[in-house]
Design a protein around this ligand. Structure first.
Ligand code: AQP
Length: 330
């Protein structure tokens, strides 16, 4: 089973990215052929600073390695190093309806937030994401809940492509969305997802936060009325903390509820969350500093990854071009 996922080199990665995506990437190394890509071309679809894009790329490379990605057990590379991604994006446009792209929630939300220019790239973001995955004939895509819609579009595009150009040319991938932690919520507003651009400073735990900052944010987390520690739709704050503890401890949410049955109230719940999250993230932070200091080593990891990635994507593109009648015959 080939596993593929991409992650943006923007912003500081938060607990939602860690639980919804990065943790799954690490697991993927034991489950199949894992291919992970830092999607710098997706990052240029909204206003950005070119120098910060480069810095952010090394930051994220070091963070992923610190979290447990092992270049000997996965392929880790920079999206723009493998030009097959951009070529396939264009080829897939032949079977993508403009209305589908226009309906995507992420496009609607992000375009509404733009003050000056809504780039065509923002509209084509899910097309590039489809090409990222389809270029590898990956069977599984680990993502958070917010990417479900993009995965559905990708599957539709792959099916339509195969129907038009030849069955079996592309693999229709499955999303792998974690059962718990697929949508980590903002600690200050647990009705909104924790996010890089849309959430509150105190409601967002960053992977590289100092333990004291993690504890402070979790102690101040907004909970709900009442004192009962159980998951429920009318208790989004409590539910979020239970889920976070469950993931950090590697147990089921029901186990966390049982463990906290004798707690004195939400203070104990928040303290348990602070302890569990700190224990999960502290080792990542400790490993990060040394890895981040050596940019030449990070670049070497990415270059070696790109070479392996190209070797996988090149034959897929050759099949696609042949089937579409693009370029000279084989
Ligand atoms: N709150 C979340 N809970 C669980 N998973 C999440 N993801 C994002 N937020 C949550 C998952 O993280 C992966 C990487 O996302 P990205 O590359 O899009 O990075 P980002 O833009 O920094 O992520 P955000 O926070 O979602 O940014 P905004 O909302 O500002 O665009 C994906 O697999 C995603 O599902």
């Amino acid at each position: 089973m080939r596993i593929f996922s991409g992650i943006q080199p923007t912003g500081r990665k938060h607990l939602g990215n860690y639980i919804g995506a990065i943790r799954q990437y690490v697991d993927g190394q034991d489950r199949g052929e894992a291919v992970y890509c830092i999607v710098d071309l997706h990052a240029i679809t909204v206003p950005y600073d070119p120098a910060a894009l480069r810095t952010g790329l090394y930051d994220l490379t070091a963070l992923l390695l610190a979290a447990g990605l092992d270049p000997a057990r996965c392929i880790l590379f920079r999206q723009s190093d493998v030009q097959e991604h951009t070529e396939l994006t264009w080829l897939l446009t032949s079977v993508t309806a403009i209305g589908e792209l226009n309906r995507m929630h992420q496009f609607r939300d992000k375009s509404a937030a733009q003050r000056e220019l809504i780039s065509a790239g923002l509209l084509f973001y899910p097309e590039l994401m489809a090409a990222d995955v389809l270029a590898y004939r990956a069977g599984e895509v680990p993502v958070g809940e917010d990417q479900r819609e993009h995965l559905e579009l990708m599957r539709d595009v792959a099916r339509r492509f195969n129907a038009r150009y030849g069955e079996g040319l592309l693999v229709v991938p499955e999303a792998r969305i974690p059962e718990v932690g697929a949508r980590v919520m903002d600690l200050q507003d647990p009705t909104r997802k924790m996010s890089t651009t849309g959430s509150t400073a105190d409601g967002t735990v960053h992977v590289l936060d100092e333990p004291a900052a993690i504890a402070r944010k979790l102690r101040r987390a907004v909970t709900d009325s009442g004192t009962e520690i159980r998951r429920a739709p009318d208790k989004p704050g409590v539910t979020n903390l239970i889920d976070i503890i469950a993931v950090a401890r590697g147990v089921a949410p029901a186990q966390v509820e049982a463990d906290l049955a004798g707690a004195r109230g939400y203070g104990d719940l928040k303290a348990a969350a602070a302890e569990a999250v700190t224990a999960m993230l502290a080792p990542v932070r400790e490993r990060y500093e040394a890895l981040r200091a050596d940019e030449a080593a990070l670049e070497a990891v990415l270059a070696a990854g790109a070479e392996k990635a190209r070797a996988l994507a090149r034959p897929v593109l050759a099949d696609v071009r042949e089937a579409m009648g693009v370029g000279p015959p084989r």
